[in-house]
Design a protein around this ligand. Structure first.
Ligand code: FES
Length: 105
């Protein structure tokens, strides 16, 4: 049997140049209206907090019917990173968005 190993220098990987935030407004996440309320609040806050990134298309927010991660709280997924949060505050999402957008170009 031949053994081999793979190495990867993560600093050499191309960093994503966009951030898309998916907010679930499906039947479980929005059972109490919290999914839709979070989506509305985040959709309003993002272009105010990151106007240049929103205008340049580096940042977007969209709703989804179900992200297949149902709990009883709203689920949010960041793309392309894959970060998933349950019942996050808008301020926490803005802080995470700032980290996601802090890429070298
Ligand atoms: S209803 Fe939101 S993850 Fe399924």
């Amino acid at each position: 049997m031949t053994a081999f190993s793979l190495t990867c220098d993560t600093n050499s990987l191309r960093r994503p140049d966009y951030c898309k935030i998916l907010v679930c407004v499906g039947p479980r996440c929005d059972a109490e209206g919290k999914g839709r309320a979070l989506f509305d609040a985040l959709s309003a806050a993002l272009p105010r907090a990151f106007p240049d990134d929103a205008r340049r298309g580096r940042l977007s927010c969209a709703s989804r019917d179900c992200l297949r991660l149902c709990t009883r709280e709203p689920i949010v997924r960041f793309e392309p990173s894959g970060e998933i949060l349950s019942n996050p505050e808008v301020d926490a999402l803005l802080r995470l968005t700032a980290e996601m957008l802090a890429v070298e170009s």
